[in-house]
Design a protein around this ligand. Structure first.
Ligand code: FAD
Length: 504
């Protein structure tokens, strides 16, 4: 129990919300709170154009659609406003070994039996030389490879977006202002607290103005002015498992049709991203500063981009990890202020949205209850630790031993929760999802197979099928996937028709 939560008699109703920071996190919070509770709240957002935003964060996962449907955002308007493209998954290139690639797609693969997932039937098919690649049975994966896309009836294709981060913040700003959010352009130079409770009372701006509030949302990015500064919540540093701590980002001209997937290309001491938007490509390298230096990383990045650079390459340093508490007293941290793992599975914007939804579910209208704070922090930690494990998997399970970085990744001791998942899959092909975990069974299977784990055996349910029956089952799925893919238009054409914007 925190000492700074007042007893019920002193509890203050929450009406005045102050959002510190106007990056993707700040404006998503402003949009979410104003649309859902705006009529009952006074919401102000402070941001500084001089400081600016982190300027990256352009690949998303399908859950963003849930957030947009809560906000009743029109997809076509959103995509046109942010020059967005569709994303069907991530292509992991050279991760398992140089020259070997796989796609982690958003779709389901094959058809599960209640006793045993599709991977068991596929495994038996491989043993009997009846099955193709695991990905042959996944519509989204095959559509990604064929660079095709369309909206299908009954949400028949799972997808996310690549979007322009600065345009997204502007789009959400217009949205939030239409629901009554007030924007203040200023630099926060002091966070004032109540000595008795430790709660934040006001933010002092560089103009000397005090912005008072009941609840403060820290969206100040890596600076974490409120949660790390005034509230002094410590940071759990996970760099023993997540070795990458630096990134260099650069935007380039598009040189061809936009791919409907993110490319993640493993390099000597990290990996490179390529995110195709309608009007440009976002590129960057994520690396471990313990294993290479900035000059080498920058040279490696610039040697591996297509199209002319549109911006100066920009260095971003980070410490992978998470605040021990993301809600303390009357301060909730959302976005980079709350923590950052690394961008490999595009989970950061998802975590922003989860923070907002969780806050709305536990909104302290009649004052802050410590039980809500504890529950919020418990759920956040469990969610982030699950994602952390999934990310470590990509680095740890690899055949690469060609550089000190990859040897360090392969040899590190991973968290026991991940060790167990890997052992379970390796021994028996089994994967189970605990409720509320972000990544479903098919994500774990695609990445574990893609990184090089072949289970030792399959469930005996698959042995109940004879060869002819198994072949018919597998071929039925594969040919249905291929038939659908052939009917889809090209992704580039579909985007141009659906939400096209001028190139620049
Ligand atoms: P910021 O964008 O840094 O915004 C901070 C805000 O606080 C700014 O408005 C700033 O002006 C304001 N501020 C700070 N200090 C003050 C002050 N003193 N006074 C007033 N205002 C202040 N996420 C994904 O989901 N997908 C990705 O593909 C992805 N790629 C990434 C790649 C890299 C290399 C990195 C580092 C991150 C990536 N992320 C990605 C994470 C994503 O960029 C962030 O989650 C997202 O942009 C939210 O950032 P933010 O709003 O928390 O912080």
């Amino acid at each position: 129990m925190q000492a700074n939560i007042p007893d019920p008699q002193q509890r203050k109703p929450i009406r005045r919300i102050v959002i510190a920071g106007g990056g993707t996190a700040g404006w998503m919070v402003a949009a979410g709170l104003s649309k859902s509770l705006g009529r009952r709240l006074d919401i102000r957002l402070i941001e500084s154009d001089d400081i600016g935003t982190v300027g990256v964060g352009e690949a998303t996962i399908p859950t963003l659609m849930n957030f947009h449907s809560l906000l009743e955002i029109n997809e076509q308007e959103f995509m046109a406003a942010t020059a967005a493209t569709f994303k069907l998954g991530i292509s992991f290139e050279n991760w398992r070994a140089p020259g070997q690639d796989y796609i982690h797609s958003f779709g389901l693969t094959g058809t599960d039996h209640w006793m045993a997932g599709f991977q068991h039937f596929w495994h038996k098919g491989r043993e009997r030389a009846l099955a193709g690649d695991y990905g042959d049975y996944c519509l989204e994966l095959k559509a990604a490879q064929a660079q095709r896309f369309a909206h299908l009836p009954r949400n028949g294709m799972n997808y996310a977006y690549h979007l322009d981060a600065s345009r997204y913040a502007k789009f959400l700003r217009t949205f939030a202002e239409s629901f009554g959010v007030t924007r203040i352009e200023a630099k926060i130079d002091q966070v004032q607290t109540d000595p008795a409770s430790g709660d934040i009372t006001a933010l002092r701006l560089d103009s000397g103005t005090l912005v008072e509030g009941d609840l403060f949302i820290d969206c100040t990015g890596f600076r974490a002015l409120l949660i790390g500064g005034a509230m002094q919540v410590a940071y759990a540093d996970w760099s023993e498992w997540l070795l990458c701590d630096s990134a260099i980002a650069v935007q380039t001209e598009s040189t061809g049709p936009a791919l409907p997937y993110t490319r993640s290309i493993a390099r000597e001491a990290g990996w490179q991203w390529r995110i195709p938007l309608q009007h440009r490509v976002g590129n960057g390298i994520v690396y471990s500063s313990r294993h290479t230096d900035e000059a080498q990383a920058r040279a490696g990045l610039l040697a591996n981009i297509d199209g002319a650079a549109l911006t100066e390459p920009r260095l971003i340093r980070f410490t992978p990890g998470q605040r021990h508490q993301t809600w303390k007293g009357n301060c909730v941290a959302i976005g980079l202020a709350s923590g950052f793992l690394e961008p490999i599975e595009s989970t950061s914007i998802h975590l922003i949205q989860r923070g907002i939804i969780r806050l709305l579910q536990m909104f302290p209208s009649d004052g802050i209850h410590q039980s809500d704070v504890d529950e919020y922090n418990r759920q956040t930690s469990a969610e982030v630790e699950h994602i952390r494990d999934f990310i470590i998997l990509h680095y740890h399970v690899t055949n690469r031993r060609d550089t000190p970085f990859w040897r360090a990744c392969a040899e590190m001791a991973v968290p026991p929760s991940l060790r167990h998942r890997i052992a379970l899959f390796r021994d028996s092909g089994r994967v189970f999802r605990t409720p509320n975990e972000l990544f479903a069974e098919n994500s774990w299977i695609q990445v574990m197979l893609g990184q090089g784990i072949m289970p030792a055996q399959h469930h005996q349910a698959a042995d109940l099928m004879g060869d002819a029956e198994l072949l018919a089952f597998l071929e039925g799925i594969r040919s249905a996937v291929n038939k659908t893919v052939l009917q889809l238009p090209s992704h580039q054409q579909y985007v141009e028709r659906f939400c096209g914007v001028p190139k620049r």
